[in-house]
Structures are given as C-alpha cells and as structure tokens.
Design a protein around this ligand. Structure first.
Ligand code: SCA
Length: 561
C-alpha cells in the first residue's frame, strides 16, 4: 500500500513529512498547556512505554496525504493533537422518561456515577410539538422520553444541575428552537449567560424525513428555522453546537455503513448550502456543526467509517466550500451503539455487543459516546442497566489501555484499505445526490429512502438464509422466558402532567403570552429571525404546543412523501 518516493527537501532542509510532524509536535505543546495529558508516563502492564503516537519513521507520500497527524488536515487520525491522552471522550448517556422530576433524578444519578455530559430524550408529543393535554398526545406522554410543555418543566429538569459546568445534548428536531430557547431561559435563571452555555441540539430535519419521522413543517420553512438557529447562536451562544447531523437513524433504518456516511455528509452539505444562501459566512457557522453516527458490530468497518467520514468532511469543507478556518474542517461527532443490533433474546449478550461497538467508536476517534443498555430491545433501561452501560465505557477508558496512544489502528493495511474504500463508495453516492440537485431534492424524491430500504431488505434476506448469524436470534438459541426487571412509565403521569400544564397556563400573564406569540407570528411571515421571539415567548411560559402551532399556521404541515 505504501510506496516511497524520493522527496525534495524544502528551503529549511525539511521534507513535507518532517514539517507535518514538527507542526503536530508544536500543536501538542500548545494543547497540553490547556489540556495536560492524563498521566506523565503511559505504560503497558509489562511496563513497556507507550508513545503518544506511532507513525512511519520516514518520508511517505501516502501517509502525508491520506493519513497525516492527529489534529491536522485531513484529520484521519482524529481532530485533537493529543486525543484521549488528554481527555477521554464525553460519556453522554441518552436518558429521559416520565416527568421532569424523574428525569432530573436519573440525570443526577448518572452524573454521580461518573457520566461527563447530559443527553435529553424527549417524549414523542414534545418531539412533534404538542402539549401533553393535546388529543394528539394521548397515551404517549412521558413514554419514550421526558414530557416538556413549558419552561416550568425545563426548570425542574435541570434543577441543581449547573449549566455552566455540564454540556447538554437535546434530541429535538422540528421544535429545536423552542427547546433551545427554554434552555437559554433556564440558564439565565441559574445566572448563566447564553454565551457560556455548552451543548448540542439535534436540529437535523432532513434525516427526520428520511428515517426518523418527527417532522412538523415542510422542508423549506424547516431549513429556514435551522439557519435562523445558526445565525442566532453565532451571535449569542458561540459555544453551542447548533446541529447534530445524524447518520445514527439512517443506519437504524437499515442503511449500510457506506450509506450512513454518504447520506449524513450529503445532508451536512445541504445545511451548509442553506446557511450560505441565508447570507451566513461559512467560517462563522461551520465550526459549530456537529455529527452523530451509529456503531455496529463489524468492528473494523465501523472504525474505518469514522476515519473516512472525517477525511471526507475536511476535504469538502476546504476544497468545495473554500472554508479557511481549520475548525470548519473538523468533523466532530457523537456515537451511539446500534439499538437495532440488540436482541430481546438472551438480553445480557447485548452487553458484549455494546462493548464491541463502543470500542469501534473509540478506535474511530469519537468525541462523545452513548452506550446502549442491555434491555433496550425490551423497554426503557432500568437504573441498573443504565449503570452497566455507563460502566462499559468507563472500563474501555480506564482499564483497556486503548486510549493511551492516538489512533492505534492507523497503518493497518486492512483498516487503511477499508477507510479508502468507504470514502470512495460514499463519494460515489455524493456524486449521485449532487446530480439529483442535492440532499433536499434527493430526500423529496425518495432516493435515500429507497436505497436504505433495499439495503435493509438484503440484510434481512441474509439473516433469514443464515448467511449472517445473529447470536441468540437465528442461531445459538435457548428456551427462555424473558423476565427482565423492566422499567414502565406510570400511567398516572399523563394526568399529572396535564394538570401541571393547566396550572402553568392559569398562573402566567396571558396578555404577555399573546403579545410574544403575535410577534413570533409576524416574524414567521417575513424573513426576520424567529429565535429572539421564541425566547421571549418561552420566558412568558408559552408552551411548546402553542409556539409550534403558530408556526404550523404560518408554515403549514408536512404530510410525508
Ligand atoms: C461535538 C460533540 C459531538 C461533542 O461535544 P463535547 O462537548 O461532548 O466534546 P468535545 O467538543 O470534544 O470536548 C469539549 C471541549 O473540550 C475540548 N477538548 C476535548 N478533547 C480535547 C483534547 N484532547 N485536546 C484539546 N481539547 C480538547 C474540545 O475542543 C471542546 O472545547 P471547544 O468547544 O472549546 O473546542 C457534541 O455535538 C455532542 O456532545 N453531541 C452529543 C449528541 C448526542 O448526545 N446525541 C444524542 C442523540 S440520541 C438519539 O438520537 C437516540 C435515538 C432516537 O431518539 O431516535
């Protein structure tokens, strides 16, 4: 794979490789002042010293162009010069169920247990912009996540959790502006200025049309809401990640690893195009774009997928969009282990699957990680399962030694070849999507959906023919009764949540609510940024449903392809 060519020495008598290495060493010097390495000396159990980085010891063109050094373009080896030697990935377990109080308790439990970031799961009504007392919410309140109707719920959700110390991810898409506005308002109540807030909103509508389904408005106004958020955050929340461009759900819907990368990056390009069209400067908003991928069981392919995605995005941002700020080139991502790979049969086996998948994510250089709980194929995780899932990451980080040297798979013939092939195949998809007119067009025409369905169909056939073995499912089965200790949401929650929201409505200043909602409506009719109006409305305790309904009236509803 690696062919060595003679190389001219530059004016300073240094080859390109030597220059790159020096630059990396200087970056390490700088980074470690802010983020010192975890240990003075890293060593194996036999006391063999572990170097920060293993790289070719001589000039090598392929290495320079394709692989390079960590923290350097094209970032194949990771986005930080020291990676996990300085700081482990963020351990960020997706959690939420029932009421804000219950979820707050789970959050605090997870933080006490060593989790390092928060990730909010909202219930379905919240995700599609309905209050708990809306007939559309019937039977769904607090089921797959926490029920949030008004700022009151958000205040309880983050009670005793200092928003200047912890970063929060919120899996919210169509109503992302509303939940972000509530987060800003809670921050202010805690005395934390918006400029200090750190976190991420998912805010990725395209994959909702493709795979996940919680869309409200048609594509055009949805894209406008997203670029309004970019513009608002650029001014007011410079540390907040404005979107989490998600391949996770595309993969859950049955795509291949290549499709996951290709469609996610295509969607990413659509957001960049929309923001540029809205008049934003690429180097202003691109540094705060984030990504979110899945991790399945095919260990090497998964690790290679992350490395390929990073390299592709760096090239696209630099060469296609002409971004000049290196922060715009870096693909930063969260990983969640693959929910669809878990089995209801012999559920403890899922712990092993999650371990493999999490390891692939770490080998691929993830910034943040959720490890699924063993019982997720059955119900919401119990506290014990959630703890084991977190412990899985902690064991990988603290006991396995895999985080002690940067990108340990680099240079493996197999992994580098897979990285190249994934990049090539994903680029071929990108070309097809560009020919269709870009991701928005491709989604509207159902192109990605069709490709995913056919991949899922093929995978199902392989499984039924036992070409693909899933342990406990089509082979190695046992007679069992599944009697896991499952967490169920109390049916009384819906009634108490409805009552709580009723009280909020009774206690607020109705004239002020009306005024802020009417200002929002006026802004929605023009091109004015809607975000400041949504912030004003939530501060008056206008609810998620009330705000989403104003936008429904102005933008219309999307009824599917
Ligand atoms: C960018 C990420 C990916 C990660 O952000 P984090 O804050 O956790 O990590 P980070 O940015 O890497 O690190 C925080 C700060 O430390 C710095 N830092 C980190 N490591 C460093 C190192 N080695 N050297 C120097 N600096 C370092 C970073 O630059 C950054 O500072 P600066 O910022 O100053 O540079 C973000 O978007 C994120 O947290 N995403 C999570 C998304 C998520 O949880 N989604 C759940 C979806 S759940 C879902 O959808 C489930 C299924 C469903 O419901 O359908």
């Amino acid at each position: 794979m690696i062919e060595r060519k003679g190389k001219e020495k530059g004016a300073w008598g240094m080859s390109d490789y030597e220059k790159m290495k020096r630059t990396w060493e200087a970056d390490v010097e700088k980074t470690t002042q802010r983020f010192p390495e975890r240990k003075e000396k890293f060593q194996t159990s036999s006391e063999l010293l572990i170097d920060r980085l293993y790289a070719p010891d001589k000039e090598n063109d392929t290495y320079n162009e394709k692989i390079g050094f960590p923290g350097q373009y094209p970032y194949t080896r990771g986005i930080q010069p020291t990676m996990y030697r300085s700081r482990y990935w963020t351990m960020r377990q997706y959690a939420g169920f029932g009421s804000a109080e219950e979820t707050n308790e789970r959050f605090r439990y997870l933080l006490e247990q060593g989790q390092t970031g928060l990730s909010v799961a909202f219930d379905l009504p919240t995700q599609i912009g309905y209050d708990s007392d809306d007939p559309m919410a019937d039977g769904e309140v607090g089921k797959v996540g926490v029920a949030i109707d008004s700022l009151k719920d958000m205040e309880q959700l983050f009670d005793q959790i200092p928003l200047d110390k912890v970063s929060t991810s919120m899996t919210i898409n169509a109503p992302a502006s509303i939940l972000l506005a509530m987060y800003i308002a809670v921050g202010e109540k805690q005395g934390v200025a918006p400029s200090k807030l750190t976190g991420t909103i998912q805010n990725d509508i395209l994959k909702e049309y493709i795979a996940r389904g919680t869309y409200i408005y048609p594509p055009k106004p949805s894209m406008r809401l997203i670029t309004d958020i970019f513009a608002y955050c650029q001014e007011n929340l410079p540390k907040f990640n404005t979107i989490s461009i998600s391949g996770y759900h595309i993969r859950e819907a049955g795509s291949t690893a290549v499709q996951e990368v290709a469609f996610t990056i295509a969607n990413g390009m659509a957001y960049v195009d929309a923001a540029i069209e809205a008049g934003l400067e690429v180097d202003q908003f691109a540094p705060r774009l984030a990504f979110f991928f899945n991790a399945h069981n095919q260990f090497f392919e998964e690790a290679a997928k992350f490395r390929a995605a990073r390299r592709m995005w760096a090239k696209i941002m630099k060469e296609h969009y002409g971004a000049e700020n290196p922060k715009s080139w870096k693909l930063r991502f969260h990983t969640q282990t693959g929910g669809s790979t878990l089995t209801a049969q012999q559920p403890d086996n899922n712990i092993v699957r999650v371990t493999l998948q999490a390891l692939a994510a770490v080998m691929g250089g993830t910034q943040s990680l959720h490890t699924n709980s063993r019982d997720e194929a059955l119900a919401l995780p119990t506290e014990e399962s959630a703890r084991i899932a977190l412990r899985t990451q902690q064991i990988i980080a603290n006991e396995s030694g895999v985080a002690d040297t940067i990108d340990p798979l680099a240079g493996s013939y197999y992994v580098e070849a897979l990285t190249d092939e994934i990049e090539k195949e994903a680029n071929a998809y990108l070309e097809r999507i560009q020919k269709l007119g870009g991701a928005v067009q491709a989604v509207e025409e159902g192109f990605m959906q069709r490709e995913i369905h056919s991949a899922a169909y093929e995978a199902q056939k392989r499984m039924e023919a036992k070409e693909d073995i899933v342990v406990g499912l089509n082979e190695f089965k046992v007679d069992e009764e599944i009697h896991a200790d499952l967490l169920r949401v109390d049916e009384a929650l819906e009634r108490s949540q409805i009552e709580k929201t009723k009280q909020v409505r009774e206690g607020r200043n109705e004239a002020a609510v009306e005024e802020t909602l009417s200002n929002l409506r006026n802004a929605a009719k023009t091109t004015e940024n809607v975000m400041p109006h949504i912030v004003q409305a939530v501060k008056q305790y206008a609810t998620v449903g009330e705000i989403a309904n104003i936008l429904r009236e102005e933008f219309g509803e999307y009824t599917g392809m």
